[in-house]
Write a protein that binds this ligand. Sequence first.
Ligand SMILES: Cc1cc2nc3c(=O)[nH]c(=O)nc-3n(C[C@H](O)[C@H](O)[C@H](O)COP(=O)(O)O)c2cc1C
Length: 174
Amino acid sequence: MTDKPFLYVVVCAAGVAADVSKLITAAQERDREVGVIATPTAMNGFFDAAAVETQTGRPIRSAWRRPGDPRPFPAPDAVVVAPATFNTVNKWAAGIADTLAVGTLCEAAGLGVPIAVLPCVADALAAHPAYRDAVARLRGMGVRFADPYPGEGERDGERREFGWERALDLLGDG
Ligand SMILES: Cc1cc2nc3c(=O)[nH]c(=O)nc-3n(C[C@H](O)[C@H](O)[C@H](O)COP(=O)(O)O)c2cc1C
């Protein structure tokens, strides 16, 4: 058992999830205990699950436990959703808890747990009115969003770095 604050890292099925170990390292350096909850699609090759389990020292959660089984993780002190997909953001705002990840997010928001989100959503999808409404609705619930690709003039150049630490900054984790 540990006295460190427990951070849930919710990982969705976006290409940049391959680098989620950077977020876990940054959180651990800020003295957070980390448990990863991945969407079922994210578990399908989007990141190195075995490496993440070694890094966190815990199994990744992706499906609901069986009735009667103990809760595998402690309750969260905070939650980061990174990368957050178009799909998961829309379902979360609509309350469609068909994955453990979305169900956990819906519940955490209702409990008032601080949640920071780094969306990884292409401009063409972000222009969809359902997505714009979803972000506005979640912001209205107190969910904090940051642009993981800040800065001007970098869009057409080399591949930009995903700003993983911005999520921790949003939570005020120092
Ligand atoms: C290689 C690859 C990369 C993807 N990258 C993104 C992405 O950056 N953002 C996004 O919203 N969806 C992306 N998708 C599509 C999602 O994986 C898809 O919408 C999926 O249903 C999301 O499931 P989840 O939200 O449960 O993780 C990508 C799909 C593939 C195959």
